[in-house]
Design a protein around this ligand. Structure first.
Ligand SMILES: [Zn+2]
Ligand SMILES: [Zn+2]
Length: 364
């Protein structure tokens, strides 16, 4: 059993760094010493209730680290291996895994327990859940082996962490969900970690015009550095400005990467007739997206939802990290601030204030 620091959410807007204990890995589980944890908007969505979960819960679902110990039957990794964590399992046997759709794996549950329905994190006899099998906003994490991908030892751990959620979600939304074509036009509403990754995916796909839309000029500046050809501050009429940049037609591919229905509406209005609108941002359970009953068929648009960038993560994590190594995917520019785990609350304050493209917690 280990004693460690972890960021524990105990109820809505109630979270702190706590000392907890961690059991050793059971069969098909792995103990990982966490080296980097990305602070994703979905962690905030757990804290503020947008994503309903069972508290108490260790936060964190975007991370990378080094394998320290493996349980029985584990063959895909060994102690010393560098790994990126996937918050969606890949059981290999369910309806979706058998159809190359592991991003929809039926073993994925929001209950915060391990595959066998028990937990590994405790405090004074109390069971503590973990976010999406990982709970890696902590010094260590015990995770199902099916959630791990071995990566090369020379890859920066911050970059490796980002690939665990935001980068795979965004790059995959462009390359795999929307299937952006060379020479096409793209508009991305929201230029945080996921939006910047969509922009990079569109650039890699060869899009001719990539328009970034955000309220933050700082994020728009980063968007330009990683591939946006045009930027629009959303404080004005963003739809009108997208139309002006596309000869009054609209873009071939619209993306929403925030999770606000009104912004989805803007993004779909900025998408041309016959174009493809992809919703990546996650809104609240009781919110609805509206389609106009007359215009939806008449404009012949395609609406898509994109979960985890349509990732087959065992194939896609290494692919995206190879693009990073080759300089085609700029992950270093996306990390705008690092924190120690003791500074986790500050890191969330900065996220709420819109200060970071991506903040990352790093560990000794
Ligand atoms: Zn995430
Ligand atoms: Zn499955």
């Amino acid at each position: 059993m280990k004693t460690m620091k972890a960021v524990v959410a105990r109820g809505l807007n109630d979270y702190a760094v706590e000392e907890v204990t961690l059991d050793p890995p059971k069969a098909d589980e792995v103990l990982v010493k966490i080296k980097a944890t990305g602070i994703c908007h979905s962690d905030l969505s757990v804290i503020n209730g947008t994503i309903p979960v069972a508290f108490p819960m260790v936060l964190g679902h975007e991370g990378a680290g080094v394998v320290e110990e493996v349980g029985e039957n584990v063959t895909n990794v060994k102690p010393g291996d560098h790994v990126t964590l996937s918050f969606v399992p890949n059981c290999g046997d369910c309806y979706h895994c058998l159809r190359s759709e592991p991003y929809l794996c039926l073993k994925s549950t929001p209950d915060g327990k391990m595959m066998d329905g028990t937990v590994r994190v405790h405090k004074d006899g109390e069971d503590i859940n973990v976010m999406q099998f990982l709970g890696n906003m902590a010094e260590y994490s015990v995770v199902p082996s099916m959630c791990l991908v071995k990566i090369d030892d020379d890859i920066d751990m911050k970059a490796a962490a980002l690939v665990g959620c935001g980068v795979t979600t965004g790059v995959g939304a462009a390359l795999k969900t929307a299937e952006v074509k060379p020479g096409s036009t793209v508009a991305v509403f929201g230029a945080g970690g996921v939006g910047l990754s969509i922009i990079q995916g569109a650039r890699i796909a060869g899009a001719a015009k990539i328009i970034a839309v955000d309220l933050s000029d700082d994020k728009l500046a980063i968007a330009k550095e990683v591939g946006a050809t045009d930027v629009i501050n959303a404080s004005g009429d963003a739809v009108k400005e997208v139309m002006a940049l596309t000869g009054g037609i609209g873009v071939d591919y619209g993306f929403e990467a925030i999770g606000i229905p009104a912004v989805v509406d803007q993004a779909q209005k900025a998408t041309r007739r016959g174009g493809t609108m992809t919703v990546v941002g996650v809104g609240k359970l009781d919110q609805k997206l509206e389609l106009n009953a007359l215009m939806f068929p008449l404009t012949s648009k395609t609406f898509k939802g994109s979960m985890y960038g349509g990732a087959e993560f065992k194939v896609d994590f290494p692919k995206y990290l190879e693009l990073y190594k080759q300089g085609k995917l700029d992950l270093d520019r996306m990390v705008t601030q690092t924190y120690s785990i003791d500074e986790a609350v500050q890191a969330f304050d900065d996220l709420v204030a819109g200060k970071n493209a991506r903040g990352v917690i790093v560990y000794d």
